[in-house]
Write a new protein. Structure first.
Length: 736
């Protein structure tokens, strides 16, 4: 730390300043600035830093030749604080060892990453450039006429000539960035591929990046086993495409491809399709002979190939069109026979149809031993079995005998369901797939006796504790009670890219501020694209109060920056929320809604993202200030309506939604979708989901000792220290 005191002395900062430097320390910096940095040209290097920063809040600093001045180092630190980030003392010490050129190159890369993370990599210009003052001062007639002129001519108001005062700083938390080594960066891959639940699109891209970049060397980073079948397919497909060491690729496939459906998933991964098999058919392209032989050989060696192929007969028919199994009928006869059975379209009665028939006929006693052969299905059907059984204890006895064979994610979901209050205020369903949708209905099911629910919960807990007991000891552990508000990262395949890795339904504390500024940026797709940012207000009983949108620019403590209907070079819309005024008017929930008025799905746009800022004041600072951005989420779903997040003003919490809404009103705006918006709001609030406090508590009961404070603990589970809710890859690989 020999350089740090001299840097602080150069800036006139007392040495008694807290060790984690806060924003504002470097306000009086002069001399050298790196604010006008060029765009980085080495994409892969940027991606390294982007991965490291996003997954571990760390940055790598290469070995330097020295020579950077104290003022240059201080200026670099100041550049980073503009994005609500601060460099830790060890990281400042590391960059002090760089030369001036090395520091400039390192900082250029980091600033590029931070700009994209916060949404500052594009130009933000709202319709009313001096927002919110122009909206506040304009009459309803002026607002109306300006909108009509824009709709007919697509002209926008000229830039404001008024100089905006510097942003009034609030007492907001900043991200602290630590230094990270190459080995720490390389260790990011293993927990990703060791996840016991699905990966998001962003996480799958991270896995692909490692395989493309490290090539044959990636095998030293991969674990011995990959537990989740979808991830096996993603990795297997990427290895086939990018690795030239056939022996190692074959060894991986031999170990990880066990069923015909695994082979199908690998083929789908090779063509960029949905390996979860939840969405539409994949369009298969031509394959080289070597690839066809590889897939047919894998299929030929799988047990029960014909039965497994018939479960996905239509997909296998499409794949067979490019596989040409008849060319290798003699070499791979079992593969040829399985695909031929699918082509003949003679499926045997499915397990699912058999179970549904027996449930409909209430043949619970006969169905119980059938489900015991498939413990995971038993767990998923346990709720309905208990509702329809005349002897629920017999069903629970049978389930207890096989509960140890049920996966941890399924047991946790079942535990959350049986512990939920009955009847549920709303039954909500989120179908499997790449798009997060919600369907809901009233809970009119038969009731279950409280003692039956209590025993079902105990069976789940016992099975989980018995499993976790086999893992290494944790020692003394502290679990923050706040983790009850954070959901377990289970199915993440539909999760969007965001500034922070969040799980749908999690409730995060909002900064202590009076003003929130919502923002949206998009760029036209193939045609003119009009995306609308709206905020819908609901009271505590989910009764709609008001909406701030393009047709209602101000009211209820909310102000819209003006509607823009064409974005050839990008466009921004903003909404300011005065939380104190909203609360006084009886508003509890603020639902952020994005509507593609021109009906293009977000996935067809070059870029679209939204987020929110915490502002101490709305009139000071630029309209878009990166250092005030709390969350940013990429909008890329195959839908035209999206609800990214909800504000609970009574509890001052942000509820992460990341949901898509499908509807067909005459006009695609929030006012015509209130029933869908209200449904999703109630589903977010009322749907029981497993929380992280429960998971960590089970682990500590199984293999640790609970202590009352973080200072006494060897391992901490908390929102902001130790293992946090944002370490989703570690949670899924080590605690599920």
């Amino acid at each position: 730390m020999e350089h740090l005191p001299s840097i602080l002395h150069e800036l006139g900062v007392p040495l008694s300043t807290p060790r984690l430097l806060i924003a504002g320390v470097f306000v009086s910096i002069a001399q050298v600035s790196f604010s006008s940095l060029e765009t980085a040209t080495k994409e892969e290097i940027m991606m390294n830093q982007e991965l490291f920063l996003r997954r571990r809040t760390k940055l790598h600093v290469p070995a330097g030749s020295g020579g950077a001045t104290r003022a240059q180092v201080a200026s670099a630190v100041k550049e980073v604080t503009a994005f609500r980030c601060v460099l830790s003392e060890p990281l400042i010490e590391r960059i002090s060892m760089l030369s001036a050129v090395e520091l400039k190159n390192w900082l250029r890369e980091v600033i590029r990453v931070l700009r994209r993370r916060s949404g500052a990599h594009v130009h933000h210009r709202p319709f009313y450039p001096d927002f919110p003052n122009q909206v506040l001062e304009a009459t309803e007639a002026e607002l109306y006429l300006n909108a009509v002129i824009h709709y007919h001519t697509l002209r926008r108001l000229p830039p404001s000539e008024q100089v905006r005062p510097a942003m009034l700083e609030g007492n907001f938390i900043h991200w602290v960035i630590e230094p990270g080594s190459v080995s720490e960066f390389e260790a990011l891959l293993e927990p990703l591929v060791s996840s016991r639940t699905s990966l998001s699109e962003e996480e799958a891209a991270d896995v692909g990046w490692f395989i493309r970049t490290y090539k044959n060397d990636v095998f030293r980073l991969l674990p011995d086993t990959i537990p989740f079948r979808e991830i096996r397919a993603l990795v297997g497909g990427a290895l086939i495409l990018h690795i030239d060491d056939d022996a190692q690729v074959e060894a991986f496939l031999e170990q990880n491809v066990e069923t015909a459906t695994d082979v199908l998933r690998v083929a789908i991964a090779l063509h960029g399709g949905d390996v979860s098999l939840a969405t539409a058919q994949t369009r298969f392209g031509k394959m080289k002979r070597s690839m066809r032989r590889k897939l047919l050989r894998l299929l030929d060696r799988t047990p029960n190939a014909t039965e497994d192929v018939m479960r996905q007969a239509e997909r296998w028919k499409r794949l067979a069109e490019v596989l040409h199994p008849g060319d290798y009928a003699e070499k791979y006869p079992r593969a040829f026979a399985a695909i031929t059975a699918a082509r003949r379209n003679d499926p045997p009665p499915s397990f699912g149809s058999r179970v549904e028939t027996m449930l409909a006929q209430r043949q619970i006693a006969a169905l119980t031993p059938v489900l015991q052969d498939r413990p995971g299905e038993f767990a998923r059907r346990l709720d309905v079995m208990l509702r329809r059984a005349t002897e629920p204890d017999a069903v629970l006895d049978a389930f207890a005998a096989v509960a140890a064979q049920v996966s941890s994610p399924v047991l946790l979901q079942l535990l959350a369901q049986v512990n939920a209050p009955r009847p549920l205020p709303l039954r909500a369903f989120t179908p499997k797939g790449a798009l997060a949708k919600v369907f809901g209905t009233a809970d009119r099911r038969e009731s279950i006796a409280p003692q039956v629910l209590a025993r079902a919960a105990q069976i789940c807990e016992n099975a989980l504790i018995a499993r976790f007991t086999l893992l290494p000891p944790l020692g003394r552990c502290f679990i923050d009670p706040a983790l009850r508000e954070y959901r377990v990262p289970l199915a993440q395949r539909a999760a969007a890219k965001s500034l922070r890795t969040l799980v749908r339904g999690s409730r995060l504390p909002m900064p202590d501020t009076r003003f929130i500024r919502l923002f949206l940026w998009w760029k036209n797709g193939r045609d003119r694209t009009d995306i609308d940012l709206s905020a819908a207000f609901f009271d505590t009983d989910f009764v709609f109060k008001e909406a701030i949108a393009y047709y209602n620019l101000k009211g209820y403590g909310g102000y819209h920056s003006g509607d823009i209907v064409d974005a050839p070079n990008g466009a921004s819309e903003f909404i300011d929320l005065d939380l104190d005024v909203l609360v006084k008017k009886g508003v509890r929930y603020v639902v952020t809604s994005l509507n593609s008025f021109t009906w293009q799905p977000y996935c067809d746009l070059p870029e679209c993202f939204a987020g929110w800022m915490a502002r101490a004041d709305t009139a000071s600072g630029e309209v878009f200030e990166p250092r005030s951005v709390v969350d940013r989420i990429d909008i890329a779903s195959d839908t035209s309506i999206c609800l990214p997040f909800v504000m609970d003003l009574e509890e001052r919490r942000m509820i992460w939604a990341d949901l898509g809404l499908t509807s067909s009103p005459r006009w695609n705006n929030v006012d015509n979708n209130l029933s869908g918006v209200s449904l999703m709001l109630r589903a977010l609030v009322h749907t029981p989901r497993p929380d992280l406090h429960t998971v960590f508590d089970l682990h500590v009961r199984a293999r640790g000792e609970r202590v009352p404070s973080a200072e006494q603990a060897q391992r901490v589970f908390a929102p902001e220290q130790g293992l946090t809710p944002f370490d989703t890859d570690l949670i899924r690989s080590e605690y599920l």
